[in-house]
Design a protein around this ligand. Structure first.
Ligand SMILES: [Zn+2]
Length: 329
């Protein structure tokens, strides 16, 4: 099966999990279409780096195992220089094995054997248009990796740069930049997925039609000016998602110079005070029993910790700290 029945497979290049989730929701993602960037936030320069150089240890947080978890509100993050893993326990063998499978799928995709592709990427950069400048480099990396065998197009989606979901620029012959207008008639507490669903449907439908890629697209190569900057995807509750950058771009440059090219951080934007989000509410005997029982029934620390934090209105850090206190010695 291929996406949209138009002959081009639709593949998420991430930014966040939204594009991949929408493809699944629309029934446009075949079971084998699971790739590394669907489920991991990664800078676009990081994506280019991994495409050219393969998925080395730097895809993951600094080793050795077990990888360190960084608490951010109710979440536990695993942060590499270019990547951020959320909602998954990277210290489980099964999760690492699944990544190996995703890497293999990526290799096959890059060989061209899976046929022509439209990549869907959501910019996670503070100024989302900045990723547009990397599109020529991305195209070069794919062409080199696939030795020209992969026929591909790339859609870069920027959130909230205008009131219409519409194509706003064509930086290269085979790429386009789309503004996704956030859906505003839903509750302000609605998730990002709720607010972007209509926009993703519109874009996915449009770019599945080859007409959308006509050579006479009368669009400028350069995107228009950024209207709304956002750190919604580059950070998690104020914690930089990717260790190498606090702006969602430039992690490869930061690695090269040994510090963040934006703020100068040389410690991968370490979480200075993990207790920041702690509520310091006392634990009743009942709470403690529930905590132990819930952890006893699972091997996924991350999902369990986040679920309890959400349910109890506590931080992930204090849930994990209490669990460790109860089970130590
Ligand atoms: Zn920084």
């Amino acid at each position: 099966m291929r996406g949209a029945g138009k002959g081009r497979r639709l593949v998420s290049l991430g930014g966040w999990c939204g594009p991949g989730l929408m493809l699944s929701k629309l029934g446009l993602r075949a079971p084998e279409d699971q790739y590394p960037f669907d489920v991991v936030r990664a800078t676009l320069d990081g994506v280019v780096h991994f495409t050219g150089n393969g998925f080395g240890p730097e895809f993951f947080p600094p080793g050795p195992l077990p990888y360190k978890m960084d608490p951010a509100s109710i979440w536990l993050l695993f942060r590499g220089p270019h990547t951020c893993f959320t909602h998954m326990d990277l210290n489980r063998k099964q999760v690492l094995d699944e990544f190996q499978w995703r890497f293999n799928n990526w290799s096959e995709l890059m060989s061209g054997k899976r046929g022509p592709v439209v990549f869907l990427r959501t910019s996670l950069c503070e100024n989302p248009f900045m990723e547009a400048g990397l599109l020529p480099m991305w195209e070069e990396a794919v062409t080199a990796k696939s030795k020209g065998a992969l026929d591909f197009k790339t859609v870069l989606i920027v959130h909230n740069q205008g009131s219409e979901t519409v194509q706003v620029a064509a930086p290269t012959a085979n790429s386009s930049v789309w503004n996704l207008a956030l859906y505003t008639t839903v509750l302000p507490t609605a998730s990002l997925f709720d607010r972007t669903e209509v926009g993703y449907r519109t874009i996915i439908s449009a770019v599945s039609d080859e007409q959308c890629w006509a050579p006479d697209r009368s669009l400028s190569a350069a995107p228009t000016e950024c209207l709304n900057t956002s750190l919604e995807l580059a950070t998690v509750e104020g914690v930089p998602a990717m260790g190498g950058t606090c702006k969602g771009i430039g992690s490869t440059a930061s690695v090269a110079v040994g510090r963040c090219v934006f703020c100068g951080s040389s410690d991968q934007h370490a979480v200075v005070d993990p207790t920041t989000f702690d509520t310091h509410k006392s634990w009743s005997e009942e709470d403690r029993a529930m905590l132990l029982a819930t952890f006893a029934g699972t091997s996924d620390i991350v999902a369990t910790c986040e679920a309890i934090a959400l349910q109890q209105g506590r931080s992930a850090h204090e849930v994990l700290t209490e669990f460790r206190k109860l089970t130590s010695g």
